[in-house]
Design a protein. Sequence first.
Length: 133
Amino acid sequence: MGNKTQTVSYRNKHILTIVFVIYVIVLQIFPIKGILKLLVYVGYAFIVGTFVGTYEKKDELTKQTLAKATEITFYVLIALLFVGAIVIENINPVSLAKTIAIDMYFYILLGAIALRSILFLWFDRTPKEKEEE
């Protein structure tokens, strides 16, 4: 309805991404049952609805900032996957290792998505002097 005609800033997209990642992780930690589960689905629908719409075009600075955040996230992700593989390789019994691996890689993936958005927002911040002008 309103989102399709409204232009959303690229910063807001990354803020929503961080909120979505936190939302999903919290839902994984605390199992929800009953009527609260319906509220969870409504929350999913709301968050997905906020991603629908037109986003402002990326300017050159936004592209550079996003590239820097993506590069750092890539190196952190590779390091975490490497460390995770070493940890999982050394867990006995194997059935426990498989269970931990699934959860660990799920959280690493969500963490990488959030890290990229956090880094983008960090690099894209405006210095105090420019805000006063």
